[in-house]
Ligand binder design. Sequence first.
Ligand SMILES: [Zn+2]
Ligand SMILES: [Zn+2]
Ligand SMILES: [Zn+2]
Length: 206
Amino acid sequence: MLKEYVKQYFSQFDVLVISILFAFGFLWLIPDMHRIHVWMALAIGMLSYAVSEYLIHRFIFHMNPPKIRWLLAMLKRLHYDHHVSPNQLNLLFLPVWYSLPLIMLAGGAAFFITKDFSLMVAFVTGIMGYLLYYEWTHYIAHQPVQPITPWGRWMKRMHLWHHYKNENYWYGVTNPALDLLFCTYKNEKQVNRSSTARNLEQNDMK
Ligand SMILES: [Zn+2]
Ligand SMILES: [Zn+2]
Ligand SMILES: [Zn+2]
């Protein structure tokens, strides 16, 4: 059964593109694996994604609907519509037209700082590896299946509270670290049900 989910996951266009790029990055790094800095750059890339997962979700994807038409259309595809239809696969994954430019920007910054091509590759490979982990966690959160690990089950529960209880809490998808730090992790029973959890575009009427 898990095999079916793995198959469906990797048949998503955006997941496939990032997976291929991740594999190329990984292959590129094999001759450099003895360098401790390569491993550090990989780890920093992963950590950067783990942090931006929260910040982007909270401050960009949940911002009040902008008046600018193309920006609104973009946010609808990136997140508002995902809250309207949380299980719809074509709204679940971050599209490459969004993720790739950001990854390239991050890679450019890494190269500017390190002046080292392999460290740049390691950094973006770390970002893409964590992105794939994020997408898998998010995908499983919205499939009718129980995650294998207790951690996975906790993350799934947390994300479903964000969708079905109150969208102003539980912004983390793979980890609750920044939710705990910024007090957006609450005891689910002490949080009121939000009437706008399914329709973020109503937010501007508050
Ligand atoms: Zn979400
Ligand atoms: Zn979701
Ligand atoms: Zn959300």
